[in-house]
Design a protein around this ligand. Sequence first.
Ligand code: URA
Length: 440
Amino acid sequence: MRVYDVIQKKRDREPLDEAEIEFLIRGYTDGSVADYQMSAFAMAVYFNGMSPDELSWFTSAMLHSGDVLTLDEVAGTKVDKHSTGGVGDKISLPLAPAVAACGVPVPMISGRGLGHTGGTLDKLESIPGFNVNMTTADYRRLVRDVGCCLIGQTAELAPADKKLYALRDVTATVDCIPLIASSIMSKKLAEGIDALVLDVKYGSGAFMERLEDAETLARTMVGIGEKMGKQVVARMTNMDQPLGVMVGNALEVKESLDVLHGHGPADIIAITVELGAEMLHLGQVAATVEDGRQQMRAVLSDGRAARKFEQIIEAQGGDPRVVEDPSLLPATDKRVSVKAAKAGVVHAIDAREVGIASMLLGGGRARTDDVIDPRVGIEVHTRIGDAVRAGDELFVLQVGDKGVTDAVARLEACLRIEDAPLEPPSRFGARIDHAGSGPT
Ligand code: URA
């Protein structure tokens, strides 16, 4: 077999078979297929797409390019959640302990922040001592003994995707639905999970701005899961504005602790409850999604989710006292306000710009080797649809030693205030599973 022929077939829209796709990915992983050949293939996929069969073979080949973890010794249906990412998206932090406290094992492998979006690992690392760099053996032990594990991706998990993602990043082939779907699903399915809940974001701060594109991505990932024998449910959630109030690492942990104590912003609670309800249903501890919602509300208000988070923090080397005493989290005492320049109704808050402002303060990375300042970030004190008066405090920046002037300028420019009233956007779009899509 020649890789040239595989590329040519994709270019000419001829169907590929499983052996050809395995040959391509195996060769790319061991270096016998060159980056320039894989770039040509990715570009051909960008223009010509992939059939459902090709996509599941491609995902499976990437998934098997490295270790495929097994959690067979852990009782119960193992369920994870993946979000396509957003600004202020700290949902994993309250969600994983809450679901685990209801009896569903949650093996969660997360990523770091880059650009305008934050990463769960960076947020967790603002908890003193918290270690996200666990071995595969630790991973199994933690899921078995604690019911949850919050760690980073090991080098051995889906290495073909790691290489391909870096290549796509420099060859204008990131925004391609089959390549995104196979990339996400290959990593998730390598974790040894039985089922997966996807939080697919749409809106101005999301990876996919248009709802239709986000729904196509969701359907594609659900389809891959089905072909690979895993149950996958996708919930579409709106990312036209930052989620919750806090954006920044320790600040987002603090807000997550509020949610684990039964408080916190309504949007964070609503998404945590909805995604958790789906996880409990897939994990077979809730008879219906509605039963799952009730269990989630109970576990967040009676302290069980908070106790589970303490156990997870302790098991991963962190200081569990932060759960009851958030003042142990790193913080800065320097604050700067951004106030409304005029009265009116908030029509837009560009979430991407808020994320970039937080990054400029040191809360995120422009390059993968940048060092994060866990203390800094932005409190967002307004929402789309709010009426504001001139001089109202709209953002509070918690600042360290850099980026303040640029961050303030971006925040001042990221709001659109108009005279007409406006209905706030709805938080949820469709629910998509193997049977199709429907209302929530
Ligand atoms: N996240 C991933 O893991 N892969 C993509 O291709 C895009 C987002």
